[in-house]
Design a binder for this molecule. Structure first.
Ligand SMILES: *Cc1c(COP(=O)(O)O)cnc(C)c1O
Length: 477
């Protein structure tokens, strides 16, 4: 990868250069009215080849899963087969207008219906809605459903949602946006929910719990069934954050362990790239209790035809039309391509890869909760005096590796959250471990190397707060 600084496009400008030469006009010309032509816009003057090279080089400065190992924990940055991209781009899918009507879009509704059934099967759910457009959006839908359920029974005092302290920040945010209060439940010594704290928090003001399994420490929540039993016993419902389905597909069905409603990130586990800011899907699945409250419309079969209709007590629409359809086509193609056996192997290999990598890395970077992990593990980066996780992350960039997620989950100090995914081979994992070992040696022998990193990028260490709060987004020549 060429990481030299690029000149700005304005600096390449040369007066009189142009990318197009138009034929001599043979129609009469006339002056445009004054005021319509800006003389001060100072656009760069460039030939076509310079423009192509400039933007192609810029595009090559990105890290992406197609170019680099990308172990960004909780984000499941796995390889998404190109065949699914081709499927989503087929003209029949791509060009169908969402207002075309059921009569003329039977194929599209059939795909939605079949995907609902397949995802319901994978999660152990009675019914599925593909409406929400992101994980956090699915969470919001789920909390709306829980609230609507209690209100439908005339129970308006349930205003609290319990959330473990290891949860993703979107959980309390979704809960607050839905108008409910969050109550934080601490973790126990082995990284699971503290059961005594849970019991103490349960009363008739609890609407439900939001639980992530495997949790953000990459650990399976062993007490999941007991947690569901206790919350149900107190009249509450159980929300499952299913962003981490990559560890579970074909092996464990959350719906059968007492989860009432759950979102999956199709843009993590099911073949749409995550993290590019593009469209996503946070579909929600629900068991018997909450299925009638799902967002609509959902696809159904009626009298031999596919139709779109609202569930009986729907919380309404979360998004225009039927969700992000291209993402749904990719997920459908992906599941069909792999089949039940293949979906199981995804989870098995995701877990195997994470445990293998953990065994290689934990010698240098201690893991706070060292029991067997699921799809990811959380190590710690403060391995030498004056060395912090941020230094490790920045040094990895110099070695051509996208850093893992850092400083999350919040309950692990100096967290380095590594998720290799199932699509990396043994060599890639060993290469990453070797780089981590090298950085650990540098941290002890030559910490300045780490403090100065990254040194191979156009811009070195940023003031990250200023970069986020006061970004400079336009050219100031
Ligand atoms: C990614 C993720 C989410 C949120 O998903 P978005 O699509 O980014 O909104 C929620 N919880 C966990 C554990 C996640 O990893």
């Amino acid at each position: 990868m060429n990481l030299r600084p690029e000149p700005l496009v304005f600096e390449l400008s040369s007066p009189g250069r142009t990318a197009v030469s138009l034929p001599k006009g043979d129609t009469p010309s006339y002056e445009l009215p004054a005021g319509l032509v800006r003389e001060d816009s100072k656009l760069p003057e460039l030939d076509e080849l310079t423009v192509v090279r400039h933007f192609t080089r810029l595009s090559q400065k990105n890290f992406s899963i197609d170019t680099h190992f990308y172990p960004l924990g909780s984000c499941t940055m796995k390889y998404n087969p190109k065949a699914n991209e081709v499927a989503a781009g087929l003209p029949g899918w791509r060009n169908t207008h969402p207002l075309v009507g059921a009569e003329f879009s039977q194929g599209a509704i059939e795909l939605i219906h079949k995907l609902q059934v397949m995802l319901g099967e994978i999660g152990g759910f009675e019914a599925v809605s593909l409406q929400p457009a992101a994980g956090a959006h699915g969470e919001l839908a789920g909390v709306f459903m829980i609230r609507a359920y209690h209100l439908s029974r005339g129970d308006s005092k349930r205003v609290k949602i319990l959330i473990p302290d290891s949860a993703h920040g979107t959980n309390p945010a979704s809960c607050t946006m839905a108008g409910l209060e969050t109550v934080t439940i601490p973790s126990n010594a082995e990284g699971g929910v503290d059961m005594d704290a849970l019991k103490a928090a349960l009363d008739d003001t609890v609407a439900g719990i939001m639980i992530t399994n495997p949790n953000t420490l990459g650990l399976f929540e062993r007490n999941i069934e007991e947690i569901a039993r206790l919350v149900h016993g107190a009249g509450g419902l159980v929300y499952g954050d299913g962003a981490n389905m990559n560890a579970l597909t074909g092996v464990f069905k959350p719906g059968e362990a007492g989860i009432d409603v759950m979102h999956f990130n199709l843009h993590k586990t099911f073949s749409t790239p995550h993290g590019g800011g593009g469209p996503g899907s946070g579909m929600v699945g629900a068991g018997k209790t909450l299925a009638p409250f799902l967002p609509g419309p959902v696809a159904a079969m009626e009298g031999g035809k596919y139709v779109l209709r609202d569930p009986a007590k729907t919380v309404g629409k979360m998004k225009a039309f039927y969700g992000n359809f291209g993402v749904l086509v990719r997920a459908y193609a992906y599941i069909r391509m792999l089949g039940a056996e293949g979906m199981r192997r995804v989870a098995e290999n995701a877990v195997l890869n994470a445990n293998y990598l953990k065994s290689l890395v934990e010698k240098d970077f201690p893991v706070k909760y060292p029991r067997r992990c699921m799809h990811e593990f959380v190590a710690m980066g403060d391995i030498a005096p004056g060395i912090h996780t941020l230094d490790i992350a920045k040094r990895l960039i110099d070695y051509g590796i996208h850093p893992p997620t850092i400083y999350f989950p919040l309950i692990v100090p100096e967290a380095l959250m590594v998720e290799p995914t199932e699509t990396e081979d043994k060599e890639a994992l060993e290469e990453f471990a070797a780089v981590m070992r090298k950085i650990a040696e540098e941290a002890k022998a030559n910490p300045e190397l780490l403090h100065a990193a990254p040194t191979t990028t156009p811009i070195g260490r940023l003031d990250e707060v200023a970069a986020a709060r006061c970004p400079v987004l336009c050219y100031r020549g």
